[in-house]
Design a protein around this ligand. Sequence first.
Ligand code: SF4
Ligand code: SF4
Length: 189
Amino acid sequence: MEFRCIDECSQCCIEREYYPTKEFGKIGVLILPKEKKEIEKLAELNKIKIKILPRIGISENRNQTPSKILAYQLMGVEKNGNTCPFLDTKSGKKSTHGGFPCKIYENKPLACSAYPLIETNPITLDQKCKFCKECGTADKNLNFETESLLKIKESMQTNGTYIWRYATGIGEQEDYGIIKTGWILEEEI
Ligand code: SF4
Ligand code: SF4
């Protein structure tokens, strides 16, 4: 089956998830280090206030915080972490499939271009995507997504010994008690 966004859907630009667990808070849109400056520039040009936090870091030593950042994240504008700052929810314009348009569509982050593809071999789509929920899975019309995901994977390859994940401190009010903020050591490789 061919992948095609569901009419009027903007779900992946709005709903942010807790990842990998609630403790880490809600994640933002993944931004590679080489994309960060461009995204900041686009925000400035569009007069949009954005917040970028670190996401994944590496270190050589278990007792130090990351010495290198492999990825950042663009946080949502709502207090609970939802809704990308670049999503145009106000002008009444529509995207090609009838959802809210992206104000930086031509220059959007690779993570947005890759979604909902999360694995290329075998092709695996994020089951939270509305297409997957309504239509099942797809294995065609995913070339652009595949190319983007491979670029992300290539950029995030590392020889670092310890992998750290940044807890964002952001989420639903009822979860404030368990959400942490700051670097958490995730694994030794
Ligand atoms: S990728 Fe999925 S969740 Fe995002 S707009 Fe398309 S159908 Fe909706
Ligand atoms: S940058 Fe654009 S495509 Fe990506 S989440 Fe934001 S609004 Fe959606």
